[in-house]
Design a protein around this ligand. Structure first.
Ligand code: WQD
Length: 326
C-alpha cells in the first residue's frame, strides 16, 4: 500500500518509514525538514512543505495521489515552549491537522494514524491508565493533541473516515544507531547531555510517594512504538476500526528516574552520583499505561526491555556525537 507520512524525517517518523519500506509498502514523506533530517530516510521521496501554511493544502493534495492512508507525525512537541507560545502551538498543530484533513477530503483519502500523546491525560496518574481515563491536558501541547483527536472524530461523523490516535507514553531508544533522538527534551537524552559534560544527572524530586521517591514512567522502545503504528495502520485500512479510536502505546511497566539513571550508568559505563533538586512543576508521580486495548484490538505489544532502550540510545548517542548523522 502507498502511505503518506507527515513528519517522516523525524525521530519516530523515520523509524515508521523504515519499517513500512522493510515490509514492502511504498512511502511518500511530507516534512518541512526544520527538525527532521532527510539522511534518516535515504531514497524516500520528501515533499518539503510547512503543513500549517494553507498554501500546503494543494501541495499535500498532489502528494496524496494513489495514497491509501496517512500517518501524521508533523507537529511541535516541546511542552515548555507550548506554555510560552500557545497561539503558535495551536496554529502549528491544530492548523496543520486541519490543512491535512482538508487535503485528504479533497482527494477522498479516509484513513489516518495520528501521533497523539499521554499528555492528553494531564495530571491523571496511576500505574495502569486506561484510554477511558479523564483527559484534562495541563499544557497547550497536550491540548493540541486532544483537539487533534476530536477533529478526527468530527470528520468521521460526516464522511467515510477511520483513524487510530496513538497516545505515546515515554519513548526512547534507537532502532538503528543513526536514528537516535537528537532533541534533548526528555530524560534519557538530558542525562546523556549531562554525562557528556562530566556533570551529574539531575533528578527532579526524590520525595514522591513511590518506592525510591522518584517519578515513575512507562518507557517504550521507539521500535516498538513504530510497530504499533503499522499495526494501527492495518486495523484502520482493514476496517477493523470505526470512527476515531484512541490507544495507549506503552509497556504497562513503570520504571523510576533512579532506575533509568542506573540503567544509563550500566550502558554508558559512566557513573556520576545524580544530583537531587526540587520537583519539576506539573510532574505526576506515576504515569504508566494500561496497554491492553492495543494488545486486544491491534494485536500489538511492546517487546524490548529497558536495557534494550537505554543501550540502543547510548550507542546512537555515541555515534551521533562522533560525527555520525541523524
Ligand atoms: C520523565 C521523568 C521528570 C529529565 C514527556 C512529555 C509527554 C510525552 C511523554 C510526548 C519526569 C524526570 C527528566 C531530567 C529528571 N511525550 N526527569 N531529570 O514529562 O514524563 O513526559 O514525555 O508526547 O508529552 O511531556 O517526560 O522525559 O520530560 O520526564 O528527573 O533531567 O524524568 O521529572 O519525572 P514526561 P520527561
Amino acid at each position: 500500500m502507498r502511505v503518506l507520512v507527515t513528519g517522516g524525517a523525524g525521530y519516530i517518523g523515520s523509524h515508521v518509514v523504515r519499517q513500512l519500506v522493510e515490509r514492502g509498502d511504498e512511502v511518500v514523506v511530507v516534512d518541512d525538514l526544520e527538525t527532521g533530517d532527510e539522511r534518516r530516510i535515504p531514497g524516500i521521496p520528501i515533499v518539503r512543505t510547512e503543513l500549517s501554511d494553507p498554501a500546503a493544502i494543494p501541495v499535500v493534495r498532489e502528494a496524496l495521489s494513489d495514497v491509501a492512508a496517512v500517518i501524521h507525525f508533523a507537529g511541535r512537541k516541546r511542552v515548555n515552549e507550548s506554555v510560552l507560545r500557545p497561539a503558535w502551538y495551536y496554529q502549528q498543530n491544530v492548523g496543520g491537522m486541519a490543512n491535512l484533513l482538508l487535503a485528504m477530503e479533497a482527494v477522498g483519502v479516509g484513513s489516518m494514524v495520528f501521533s497523539s500523546s499521554a499528555a492528553v491525560y494531564g495530571t491523571s496518574e496511576g500505574d495502569s491508565i486506561p484510554e477511558s481515563a479523564p483527559t484534562n491536558p495541563i499544557n497547550p501541547y497536550g491540548s493540541t493533541k486532544l483537539i487533534g483527536e476530536r477533529m478526527l472524530s468530527d470528520v468521521a461523523a460526516v464522511r467515510p473516515f477511520r483513524s487510530a490516535s496513538l497516545r505515546y507514553f515515554n519513548v526512547a531508544g534507537a532502532g538503528a544507531p543513526e536514528l537516535g533522538d537528537t532533541a534533548v527534551l526528555n530524560l534519557v537524552p538530558m542525562v546523556f547531555e549531562r554525562l557528556d559534560a562530566g556533570e551529574a544527572p539531575v533528578v527532579f524530586g526524590a520525595d514522591y510517594p513511590t518506592p525510591d521517591g522518584t517519578c515513575i514512567r512507562d518507557y517504550i522502545h521507539v521500535s516498538d512504538l513504530a510497530a504499533a503504528h503499522l499495526a494501527a495502520l492495518d486495523a484502520v485500512t482493514d476496517g477493523r476500526i470505526d470512527g476515531n479510536r484512541a490507544f495507549n502505546i506503552g509497556t504497562g511497566v513503570g520504571s523510576s528516574v533512579r532506575e533509568m539513571v542506573e540503567a544509563i550508568e550500566q550502558a554508558s559505563g559512566i557513573r556520576i552520583e545524580p544530583r537531587i533538586v526540587e520537583r519539576r512543576e506539573g510532574d505526576p508521580a506515576v504515569v504508566v499505561a494500561d496497554p491492553s486495548r492495543a494488545r486486544s484490538e491491534l494485536g500489538w505489544k511492546a517487546r524490548h526491555t529497558l536495557q534494550d532502550i537505554v543501550s540502543s540510545a547510548w550507542r546512537s548517542h555515541v555515534l551521533l556525537a562522533t560525527g555520525g548523522h541523524a
